[in-house]
Design a binder for this molecule. Structure first.
Ligand code: MN3
Length: 241
């Protein structure tokens, strides 16, 4: 075996080996030995399927993460390859120019982004309150925490059919509440509400139907008990507020 062939064989067997889909899409390691994750990869769920019981039951979490969200991730990866998205494009950049791509890219790109945010926005150590900086920002924008919760609940309850309710920072750096249909979100250039999502609430029936059936209001009310306010505050600070 030549040195070159031996090198290639060792490389492909070793830590530099890329997945077939990363190679197909042109993704390369950030540096030797370190593989840059593909933007369509699912991050591991930061807690177990049963961790958010009784607010979200284990079966719903498992189906939601390993079936619904996994399908968005896979379909997004396929669409990025088929539509030749430039290597190195971030998910945020892709969504900001989503009007240039297919319906498949829009639905699955939004679906993947929204769910990755959703998992991190919840925590088993529930019952937290927003920290000082987030609390001040919520009070400035909405008067009181209770009024914020009321408006977010209204956004979730008045979204007809499937979609998301959002707390987001608009393009003028003001906190806003709104909702989007299907898997759209405020990062998308086609969205009527635009800005940086800080907290998203999934109101697709697949997010609650097994436990709550048609009782969306009960799901929404309980969901506030598992929000990871520390994570939301980090996003607010990172977005420059
Ligand atoms: Mn969902």
């Amino acid at each position: 075996m030549s040195d070159r062939r031996r090198f290639l064989k060792q490389t492909l067997q070793g830590s530099l080996a890329l997945t077939a889909s990363q190679l197909a899409a042109g993704w390369m390691p950030a540096q030797a030995g370190q593989i840059q994750p593909h933007p369509a990869d699912q991050a591991p769920l930061p807690y177990g399927y049963a961790a958010l019981e009784p607010v979200i039951d284990a079966q719903t979490m498992e189906l939601h993460y390993s079936k619904h969200a996994a399908a968005y991730a896979k379909n997004l990866k396929d669409a990025m390859t088929a539509e030749k998205v430039a290597p190195g494009t971030s998910l945020e950049q892709l969504l900001a120019g989503i009007s240039k791509y297919s319906e498949k890219m829009r639905n699955n790109g939004g679906g993947h982004y929204n769910h990755e945010l959703f998992w991190k926005s919840m925590t088993p150590s529930g019952g937290q309150q927003p920290g000082d900086k987030l609390s001040t920002a919520l009070n400035t924008a909405f008067g009181t925490y209770d009024n914020f919760k009321k408006k977010m609940t209204e956004a979730a309850m008045t979204r007809f059919g499937s979609g998301w309710a959002w707390l987001y920072l608009d393009t003028k750096n003001t906190l806003q509440i709104g909702s989007t249909p299907n898997q759209d979100n405020p990062l998308m250039d086609i969205s009527p509400i635009k800005g940086t999502p800080l907290l998203g609430l999934d109101v697709w029936e697949h997010a609650y139907y097994l436990k709550y059936q048609n009782r969306r209001a009960e799901y929404v009310d309980n969901w506030f008990r598992v929000v990871n306010w520390g994570f939301v505050e980090q996003r607010l600070l990172a977005a420059g507020k």
